[in-house]
Design a protein around this ligand. Structure first.
Ligand code: SF4
Ligand code: SF4
Length: 321
């Protein structure tokens, strides 16, 4: 069912509350969506070596329907999963945006970029004489004239699963390939709030404060373990032996102690639950070392990596002393 512009803006307000951004952002979000509806800023969303999970995460979760947002309101000029155009028409949308909006478009990349064998392991479209155009070609061409570059998901941010050993295609991150400042939004997949919230910040205020791995501190600044619902259990030596048990999941492979993201507070699927809440160990999906450095995923971390125990007196994580 088509939505009117008025309905859209109304829903954006509701959606922003769902995003749990500060109220400070609410008028700003509306302004940004309004500007987007007027045709700016143009967004090019490229997919490299990805499972499309980050797009699916975004499409499934944000209210109003992100499909409505992408297709009818925001100026996404190219997105291979959701755009109706195909073939030359689709590829020409990239070229047109590149030529007409140099210095203004936002380049979003989902998936890693293979560089081995000239990058032939991942291509997006072809030239008029039938030669494949690699994602490597596109990234190198589009990055220098982008107003901002955003790497969505761990594959784009750090290489991720395609970059895992033995990395047969030479998968690299967007930053490694372009040499530019990149806003990294890791996660396997990235949480839709991290994507939308970061874009809002970029469009309205510029780059948010980033950590040493290029992640916005506002979403990735906190340690999973220290904010976990099982923190009390960890510090009181109550460990789950099976995935359905009560207790800390560290002996079942939880990588929460080495992982930074706001999953314990934000939750997933519109706030329904999160990995550890569903009694699945955190696999460290937002970390640059994922997946090799967080594997084996269901094996306990080494003793020397276990956090020091602290004395707490309740399940509410109240620290004593
Ligand atoms: S090890 Fe994992 S399950 Fe246990 S408290 Fe830390 S984050 Fe939570
Ligand atoms: S809890 Fe861990 S594995 Fe789950 S989404 Fe968050 S960072 Fe990724």
């Amino acid at each position: 069912m088509p939505i009117t512009r008025r309905d859209f803006l109304k829903h954006c307000g509701a959606g922003t509350l769902g995003i749990a951004l500060s109220q400070f952002y609410l008028p700003e979000v509306l302004k940004i969506f309004e500007a987007a509806a007027a045709g700016e800023p143009p967004v090019l969303w490229l997919q490299g070596q990805s499972c499309t999970g980050c797009s699916v995460s975004l499409l499934n979760t944000v209210h109003p329907s992100i499909a409505d947002v992408l297709l009818k309101v925001i100026s996404v000029k190219f997105h291979p999963t959701v755009m109706a155009a195909q073939g030359d028409l689709a590829i020409s949308a990239i070229e047109k945006t590149y030529k007409e909006n140099a210095g203004k478009y936002i380049l979003i990349v989902e998936g890693s970029i293979p560089i081995k064998d000239g990058g032939i392991h991942c291509t997006v479209g072809e030239t008029h004489d039938g030669k494949p155009i690699t994602i490597l070609d596109w990234a190198k061409k589009l990055a220098p004239k982008a107003a901002a570059i955003v790497a969505v998901g761990t594959c784009a941010a750090y290489g991720g699963i395609p970059g895992g050993a033995p990395n047969p295609t030479g998968a690299k991150s967007v930053k490694e390939v372009t040499g530019k400042t990149v806003l990294n939004l890791p996660g396997c997949p990235a949480h839709p709030d991290w994507i939308v919230g970061s874009l809002v910040h970029v469009l309205r205020f510029g780059l948010p404060a980033l950590d040493e791995h290029g992640r916005p501190k506002m979403f990735y600044g906190k340690n999973i373990h220290e904010n976990c619902q099982n923190y009390f259990h960890y510090n009181n030596d109550t460990y789950a032996e099976n995935l359905s048990d009560e207790g800390c999941l560290i002996n079942l492979g939880c990588k929460g102690p080495q992982t930074y993201a706001d999953c314990p507070k934000r939750h997933w699927n519109n706030g329904v639950n999160w990995c550890i809440g569903a009694k699945a160990p955190c696999i460290g999906c937002t970390q640059p070392e994922f997946p090799d450095g967080t594997s084996p995923m269901y094996a306990a971390i080494q003793d020397e990596l276990r956090p020091k125990k602290v004395k707490i007196n309740s399940l509410e994580n109240t620290l004593v002393g």
